[in-house]
Design a protein around this ligand. Structure first.
Ligand code: AMP
Length: 541
């Protein structure tokens, strides 16, 4: 027997309609490419999104077609999120930091019919346009005054398109399983693969992300997504904030420590979210200028492992709670968040920090398990580590156009991460499966070794990689960047490890470098690092 409740489809357009009605005068503030600050409300954003939907239809964009963006976090990008998905088409947010040939590949693979881009990317689009086969319309996300004189043929102006339309538009209703957004993973090898989110998965994920033990968002928050809207939908914040009516503050391209700090202060930001590298810049700016936060209450850190030293700095030095989060593009992206249970709130500081350093507990909607090489499930004892598998209504079951075949194993999505899970359900990533260091038939966690190096007061950033060893297969080597003006020797850093790890985990060497390579999504690029160490030999081998 079926229940007798309404079958209202869960659609992305419903979010912005709700925000307009219930939080119509709540602000959306954006630092623009040009450097000034733009502010308006959910009501105005909704009106402009409706005009944009009509403009897209007038350009010939049909439901199911893909529309690309190359853009920073800002109000026009936000309008595109709603206008494109709202009319039943699919927004393909392209990461402009990828290599140009990857951008070309993605645009052609997605068969994007139009490309919307920020002024920053005019030179890039000019260069790539001859190779972007499917694009019929190029639209600069700017006004008439900022249109370039030459370059891209038939270039359209975003504001001119909007001026031609009224906001008399009703969002269409359709099946909630319709595709809403397409985001390609920045695979380290092979071509990027597209994760195709549905309206249903996006809405359910937004509910999950707003929960108190997830991002804990409400209409009392002012939220600064530093995490880009071109990377896993800015961890769903453009949807979740709209759902709960939080004020949104978009940083545009201005992601340096000073700009982020000033925006946080000026807009009374209570919650911010981003990858550790961005927070590193912010903490350095605060430290160097002896600054404090006046409103920032919590920060979500994920995308790569958040070093405990960073959690400690935020909490102890600046009074900002850290939510360590883990997820991936294929998971919409939220999987786990590291909030404490009542019992753990009573622990001493060090023990609390140990819990927070883990990536956290699964949000309802994400089931997890860890398995060994033979796919046998491993216990949740916080010690055994294995391949992490997930399943749930906001997790991908395949890639766009079936690329890479069926990724699932017995209905579970293999994350490619290696993790432990403790009896309280806290998952801790020990490595990407391809980064784990295999020594003498056992595994050494590169993340654990990196966290220790970063806890040293003279170290700004560190990566640990496995280097070939004739007897042990691989041995760990620390590659570290010193803080400006600080000194530490190889032997001092190795001594710092003593007593903190098992003897056989002890790194064989330390190399100091001026900087470490990062990927287009701000993660350490171990692939590039390993390449650069090709000629390197371990001591005594
Ligand atoms: P992406 O799809 O680009 O967001 O990358 C997802 C991958 O980033 C995951 O599979 C993890 O390897 C890594 N990752 C994300 N969050 C964390 C975290 N908090 N700690 C460690 N690794 C993380």
């Amino acid at each position: 027997m079926h229940g007798l409740m309404m079958d209202m489809p869960l659609l992305v357009s419903g979010l912005i309609r709700h925000a307009d009605r219930n939080h119509g005068d709540t602000e959306i503030v954006s630092k623009t490419v040009e450097g000034d600050v733009h502010r308006y409300t959910y009501r105005e954003a909704h009106a402009r999104a409706r005009r944009l939907a009509k403009a897209l239809a007038a350009l010939g964009v049909r439901p199911g077609e893909r529309v690309g963006t190359l853009a920073w976090n800002g109000y026009r990008h936000y309008e595109l999120y709603y206008a494109i998905s709202g009319l039943g088409a699919v927004i393909n947010t392209v990461n402009p930091r990828l290599f140009p040939d990857q951008i070309v590949y993605i645009s052609n693979h997605a068969e994007n019919v139009a490309l919307f881009f920020d002024a920053t990317f005019i030179p890039l689009v000019e260069k790539l346009a001859p190779q972007l086969k499917s694009i019929k319309h190029y639209v600069l996300m700017s006004d008439r005054a900022h249109m370039p004189k030459a370059g891209i043929p038939n270039l359209l102006c975003y504001e001119t398109l909007l001026e031609q339309e009224t906001d008399a538009y009703e969002w269409p209703s359709f099946d909630e399983r319709t595709a809403a957004a397409l985001c390609y993973t920045s695979g380290t090898t092979g071509n990027p693969k597209g994760t195709l989110y549905s309206h249903r998965s996006t809405i359910i994920h937004a509910y999950g992300a707003a929960l108190p033990d997830a991002l804990n968002l409400s209409a009392r928050d002012s939220v600064l997504p530093v995490v880009p809207m071109f990377h896993a939908n800015a961890w769903s914040l453009p949807y979740t904030c709209t759902m709960v009516g939080a004020k949104m503050v978009f940083p545009g391209p201005h992601l340096d420590g000073k700009s982020v700090y000033e925006l946080i202060e000026q807009e009374s930001v209570t919650l911010s979210a981003g990858v550790p590298t961005v927070w590193l810049m912010l903490l350095q700016h605060l430290g160097a200028n002896k600054l404090k936060f006046s409103t920032l209450d919590r920060t979500v850190i994920g995308g790569s492992a958040c070093p405990p030293a960073m959690i400690r700095a935020f909490q102890d030095d600046y009074g900002v709670k850290v939510f360590h989060a883990w997820g991936m593009t294929e998971m919409s992206p939220l999987g786990t968040v590291g909030t404490l249970k009542a019992r753990q709130e009573k622990l001493d500081k060090q023990a609390r920090l140990a819990v927070q350093a883990k990536q956290g507990r699964g949000i309802f909607g994400v089931e997890m398990k860890i398995v060994d090489e033979e796919s046998r499930e491993l216990p949740w004892d916080g010690k055994r580590f294995g391949n992490l598998m997930v399943r749930g209504p906001w997790i991908a079951k395949g890639y766009f156009k079936g690329e890479g075949g069926d990724p699932l194993k017995d209905g579970w999505f293999p994350t490619g991460d290696v993790a432990t899970i403790d009896p309280d359900g806290y998952m801790q990533i020990t490595d990407r499966s391809k980064d784990v260091i295999k020594s003498g038939g056992e595994w050494i966690s590169s993340i654990d070794l990196e966290n220790i190096a970063i806890a040293h007061p003279a170290i700004a950033e560190a990566a640990v990689v496995g280097v070939k060893h004739p007897k042990w297969d691989e041995r760990p080597v620390v590659v570290a960047v010193k803080k400006p003006g600080q000194e530490v020797s190889r032997d001092e850093l190795l001594k710092f490890y003593e007593g903190k790890i098992a003897k056989w985990w002890m790194p064989d060497d330390v190399l100091f470098v001026p900087e470490l390579p990062h990927t287009a999504t701000g993660k350490l690029s171990k692939l590039t690092l390993r390449e650069s160490l090709k000629a390197y030999r371990l001591p005594n081998t």
